[in-house]
Design a protein around this ligand. Structure first.
Ligand SMILES: Nc1ncnc2c1ncn2[C@@H]1O[C@H](COP(=O)(O)OP(=O)(O)OP(=O)(O)O)[C@@H](O)[C@H]1O
Ligand SMILES: [Mg+2]
Length: 297
């Protein structure tokens, strides 16, 4: 089931078309990456989905409810952080969270758990107006998580987070997806999203770059083995895998989608193949991204 259906959405600011006939959907329990360079229209699209902005044309359904006609029912399924977390800057972190706890009728335990997750224990009694960018992001994320939505929207969530914060966030997003939550997260950095997203949507100058123009998300591995030729032959028959023997005849280039990874590795690593080394090459997606957005680089 698709928790989100965006159909032919267009949004103009004055004469400028910022979102141009965009359609895409998000499948329940999946992490969908929304990727594009600065100014592509990501934040605008996320604001349209959450009814902060009204489209000029097109429709958006969340959990089957029309965002314009059935606003409350649609929005009951969503929480997120868009652009900058909406905080009461005069209040401390604790009271900001408390507000969400009351609104969504969550328990004190739920709230304590979130404080633990966002790692702001020491700063919860401090006015959020004095928080750093990363602290604000963490609190905003905590508020969205406390709301416990079926559909979580995160606009550039790694903004302001340090390396360990980014790692934690990745784990958290994957965990949410395991629990059946759908996550839509935007980024202008592909490599960040690539690691956690099940699927990606590319946006550029307000338009979606069609899936047909983007090859399936594949990862490439270089395997060095005494019996490289045998590996290549074994994999030749498998679907979703492409194996090419290099001229040196000890290296096989294997491109595959994530779903067959375990099966391929099992085959490759059989003793008779005499594997010496396996390295991952830049994902093919990375190359695709560079091609699509080159003129923006
Ligand atoms: N309220 C507004 N009024 C006029 N123009 C706007 C408004 N909000 C956004 N824009 C314009 O719409 C375009 C898309 O902006 P948007 O914030 O959606 O991009 P983005 O993809 O989120 O970029 P970034 O990666 O920098 O966050 C930009 O050209 C921006 O200047
Ligand atoms: Mg933005």
């Amino acid at each position: 089931m698709n928790i989100l259906e965006v159909e032919h959405i267009t949004k103009r600011f004055r004469k400028k078309t910022v979102v141009d006939d965009i359609s895409f959907s998000a499948e329940e329990g999946k992490v969908l990456g929304f990727i594009g360079p600065n100014g592509a229209g990501k934040t605008t699209m996320l604001k349209l989905i959450t009814n902060i902005l009204i489209p000029d044309s097109g429709s958006i359904h969340i959990a089957g409810f029309d965002i314009l006609k059935d606003r409350e029912k649609a929005l009951a399924n969503v929480a997120g952080v868009i652009e900058n977390p909406a905080l009461y800057l005069e209040l401390n972190g604790y009271d900001n969270l408390k507000f969400i706890q009351k609104m969504y009728q969550k328990s004190k335990d739920d709230m304590e758990r979130i404080v633990e997750i966002i790692g702001l224990g020491h700063a919860m009694r401090q006015k959020t107006g004095r928080y750093s960018l990363g602290m604000k992001q963490r609190l905003g994320l905590g508020m969205a998580l406390l709301a416990d939505p079926r559909f979580l929207i995160l606009d550039e969530p790694t903004n302001g987070l340090d390396a360990s914060g980014i790692m934690e966030l990745r784990g958290l997003i994957r965990q949410k997806a395991e629990e059946g939550v759908t996550v839509l997260l935007s980024s202008h950095i592909l490599s960040e999203v690539d690691k956690i997203a099940d699927d990606v949507v590319f946006i550029k100058e307000g338009r979606i770059i069609e899936k047909s123009e983007v090859p399936p998300m594949q990862k490439k591995y270089l395997v060095t083995a005494g019996n490289a030729r045998h590996i290549q032959e074994q994999l030749a028959a498998m679907e979703h895998v492409e194996a090419v023997l290099r001229d040196d005849s000890v290296t096989v280039e294997i491109s595959m989608s994530q779903e067959v990874f375990a099966r391929v590795m099992q085959l490759v690593c059989q003793g008779e193949n005499q594997v010496q080394d396996i390295r991952q090459e830049g994902t093919q997606l990375e190359t695709v991204y560079q091609d699509i957005f080159q003129e923006d680089a």
